[in-house]
Design a protein around this ligand. Structure first.
Ligand code: APR
Length: 253
């Protein structure tokens, strides 16, 4: 059985393990950005978007059928994401990177929040909503002339552009995934934060790690196989953990 705790009774053994760790891996999911107000896929399906099934908005087939609709759905979500601000949990993970000899952040989120606060070693398993690539051959395209065409086209080849996110039915980026599993197997501690553990293969990462810590207000598919379970919001638990582990760290409120 895991050791259960909250921000008010953080296990002293865990604090020692974190302070002396050589390598820590963190896996984040949608709950990490919940306190920033980043809406989930479903939450963003308000107003005129409510009438569509996810398969009509986030699959290669949907893009082939109606590229404009898919582009506009992502433009809408990109706008929602970019209006949101990082929360205290994100800043606490920057402190992890600053204090630990080796720190790897693996995220299922496409909002780019970890990089926005300054984390550098971030593996994006599901891509990034602010990055774009050619539909036909997945080559990243940084910029294009905005001539009003939706979706825009690659300035070199004329191919349609799409967001660089993983759609339903698409494989995860294989290099990122194998690197993530390597790091999870090698690390001293792995944190699973704000993820329900229902989406594979990301949900298999904790199983290869030695010591695992879940941070989540609710029980998940992973809870029972954790070493520690810290019950609560990541925006509260993570700053408390940083303060307990490295007391002189300054964190934004
Ligand atoms: N702090 C920590 N965890 C939270 C918070 C919070 N403030 N609020 C909610 N959670 C938890 C929920 O209890 C839930 O377990 O975050 C988890 C979110 O689960 P999912 O919505 O299933 O998100 P995730 O695990 O990231 O799903 C993986 O599936 O829908 C796709 O693209 C989506 O990348 C995502 C993937």
């Amino acid at each position: 059985m895991p050791i259960f705790a909250t921000k008010d009774n953080l296990p002293s053994q865990l604090i020692d393990q974190l302070r002396t760790a050589r390598q820590v891996v963190v896996l984040t999911g949608a709950g990490m950005s919940a306190e920033s107000g980043v809406p989930t896929f479903r939450d963003a399906q308000t107003g005129l978007w409510a009438q569509y099934e996810p398969e009509e908005l986030a699959t290669p087939e949907a893009f082939r059928r109606n590229p404009r609709l898919v582009w506009e759905w992502y433009a809408w979500r990109k706008q929602l994401v970019n209006q949101a601000q990082p929360n205290p949990g994100h800043y606490a993970l920057l402190a992890f990177e600053q204090h630990l000899p080796k720190f790897t952040l693996i995220t299922q989120n496409v909002d780019g929040m970890h990089q926005r606060v300054g984390n550098t070693n971030v593996i994006e398993l599901h891509g990034n909503i602010n990055r774009f690539k050619r539909f036909n051959d997945n080559v990243i395209v940084e910029s294009w002339a905005d001539n009003g065409e939706v979706p825009p086209r690659c300035p070199q080849t004329g191919q349609l552009l799409r967001p660089d996110v993983v759609w339903f039915g698409e494989a995860l980026p294989s290099k990122a995934l194998s690197y993530a599993f390597e790091q999870a197997a090698a690390c001293d501690l792995l944190f699973s934060i704000g993820t329900s553990g229902m989406v594979h293969p990301a949900a298999d990462l904790p199983a290869v790690a030695k010591i695992t810590i879940e941070i989540n207000p609710d029980k998940t598919m992973l809870t029972n196989s954790m070493t520690y379970v810290l019950q609560g919001a990541s925006g509260e638990i993570l700053p408390a953990l940083v303060k307990a582990t490295w007391p002189r760290t300054g964190l934004p409120e």
